[in-house]
Design a protein around this ligand. Structure first.
Ligand code: MF3
Ligand code: CO
Length: 262
């Protein structure tokens, strides 16, 4: 069931989103080569709890940590560990979610650790751009396929693989609500988008093929061909006008130039 949020509920989701933004900014600052992914998790856990919020990933279907830390060919759901050190030359995706006052926010980013090849930096940049291209299609009266198509066409124009096995999702009182938000699709297809819907849009884009598999830990998803993968996610709200990126306070979508008068 798709839940439509009223202004009061959106205000609560905005508060959760803005807090998560602060947490992710802090995480970006504390990430340093040589630290363990478990230390990063501990930092996030403390930051979230000190703010009076609850880490939403912890114990979710038995997930054992507050954040996901996915390195290189790991797509998502990498489990923080004191045996995993952040090494220069890798890329790290950090995914984090929290609950504030009963309302959820979910967001992820990918960063290079030290020097990484230009083609991998480009993968990270384009994955972020894929989010914004998709998110700007999240408008009242649009279709779900408009979002997926925008993500997919930008990624595939660069020759990248769009992960299909995992999708974005509705979000609200629950972390995962209807509808599913695929990163592929065709314009004008899929469910109708309506104001008051809140979605986690999360492109997962591989340098190589889109096929993935799960590791024996039962969580970590990796690319089947071992190619690096980037992940970028925000929680957004569909409004009367431009979408609101709840986990990116103050963000405004660039207005498209009106066609020059003849
Ligand atoms: N942020 C992830 C998502 O977008 C959820 C992490 S799953 C968990 O779906 F089990 F780690 F919580
Ligand atoms: Co998500």
């Amino acid at each position: 069931m798709i839940t439509i949020k009223n202004a009061h509920q959106l205000a609560k989701m905005r508060s959760a989103g803005h807090l998560l933004y602060d947490v992710l900014c802090g995480l970006r600052e504390v990430i340093v080569p040589g630290m363990t992914t478990l230390a990063l998790d501990a930092w996030a856990s403390e930051r979230i709890r000190k703010a009076g919020a609850v880490p939403s990933f912890l114990n979710y279907h038995g997930y054992p940590a507050c954040i996901c830390t996915s390195l290189d060919s790991q797509v998502v759901h990498g489990i923080p560990s004191d045996a995993v050190t952040l090494d220069e030359g890798s890329i790290l995706s950090v995914d984090c979610g929290l609950i504030l006052d009963d309302w959820q926010a979910d967001s992820a980013f990918t960063v290079p650790l030290g020097e990484v090849p230009d083609e991998v930096l480009a993968l990270i940049a384009v994955t972020e751009q894929c989010f914004f291209e998709g998110a700007r299609k999240a408008v009242d009266g649009g279709r779900m396929g408009d979002i997926g198509h925008a993500v997919q066409s930008l990624a595939e124009r660069h020759g990248y693989g769009v992960i299909r096995m995992l999708t974005g999702h509705g979000i609200g009182r629950q972390m995962h609500e209807d509808p599913s938000v695929p990163n592929f699709g065709s314009p004008g297809n899929g469910i109708r988008l309506r104001r008051g819907m809140t979605l986690a849009i999360e492109p997962m884009i591989a340098l190589g093929d889109y096929a993935v598999r799960e590791l024996d830990d039962g969580w970590t998803i990796v690319t089947a061909d071992g190619s690096p993968c980037a992940h970028y996610e925000h929680t957004i709200a569909i409004t009367q006008g431009e979408p609101e990126v709840l986990t990116l306070p103050g963000y405004a979508f660039p207005t498209t130039e009106p066609d020059a008068a003849p």
